[in-house]
Design a binder for this molecule. Structure first.
Ligand code: PEP
Length: 249
């Protein structure tokens, strides 16, 4: 049985006052699904201190455990704050920082060595979808970004079409289902049926209270990675509640 996961990516948003939103999410976070908030690095320690029922994670890490890498944060440092997860290979990292699959894979290894669970993001651009290359792109990203040694405990995969992030555009439920079924099949083929079936698959891209229940009803959708709508409890709580009420896909 895969435990459902509602994950919030705060990106580069939030000063300390923002942490009161975490307090307001606590009740919904005790409703069955796992809830994860990934605040900016500056807020991690305080977020962990008031996490309660909520898991806390980072948004990226360096591939090395320490060294001369000014401005970077290692997986060991994230773990040292009490964080339990890290998002890796988000499309904004792939675009803004020119991150490629091999780097995401090295970061993932480093995260696992530090005892963190990795949320590895994959997703196609609009041009790739329009050229009917979506599944090839996703297959390549999965093969390249996930190291050997994945388990249902250390890995979560987030399918985030680049064109749906922060745009208000959402794929149809058929399109989401096709990609999630494909990811599940690829994980089963590479890691075996037991592991492949135990890895949680999140959909991400303009998830809102109004569309969450419909998305959570899609096969092989085990939750969501949510950007904008995770910043305020008023938006994220209904999404968590929709997930708490969703049946297993
Ligand atoms: C994201 O950044 O991972 C994301 C899904 O953003 P949004 O929900 O704002 O589209």
């Amino acid at each position: 049985m895969r435990r459902k996961l509602a994950a919030g990516n705060w990106k580069m948003n939030g000063l300390r006052a923002q942490l009161s939103e975490i307090d307001a999410m606590q009740e919904a976070a005790s409703g069955g699904s796992e809830v994860l908030i990934c605040p900016p690095t500056t807020l991690l320690t305080e977020a962990v201190a008031r996490a309660g029922h909520i898991e806390i994670g980072g948004q990226d890490c360096h591939a090395r455990a320490s060294g001369a890498h000014t401005g970077d944060v290692s997986a060991a440092m994230l773990a040292d704050t009490g964080a339990s997860y890290v998002i890796l290979g988000h499309s904004e990292r792939r675009t803004d920082h020119d991150e490629h699959d091999d780097e995401v894979r090295a970061k993932c290894k480093s995260a696992w060595e530090a005892g963190l669970k990795a949320v590895v993001c994959v997703g196609e651009t609009l041009a790739e979808r329009e050229a009917s290359n979506t599944l090839d792109i996703i297959g390549g990203q999965l093969a390249g970004s996930i190291p050997d040694g994945a388990t249902g405990h250390n890995l979560v995969v987030a399918y985030e079409p680049v064109w749906a992030i922060g745009t208000g555009k959402v794929p149809t439920t058929d399109q989401i289902g096709e990609v999630h079924d494909f990811i599940r099949a690829r994980l089963e083929r590479r890691f075996g049926a037991g592991v492949g079936r135990s890895v949680r698959l999140l959909y991400g891209g303009s998830v809102k209270p109004a569309n969450a229940a419909e998305i959570f009803a899609v096969s092989n959708v085990d939750g969501a990675l949510v950007g904008g709508a995770s910043l305020k409890a008023a938006d994220f709580v209904p999404i968590i509640e929709a997930l708490n009420g969703a049946s297993d896909g």
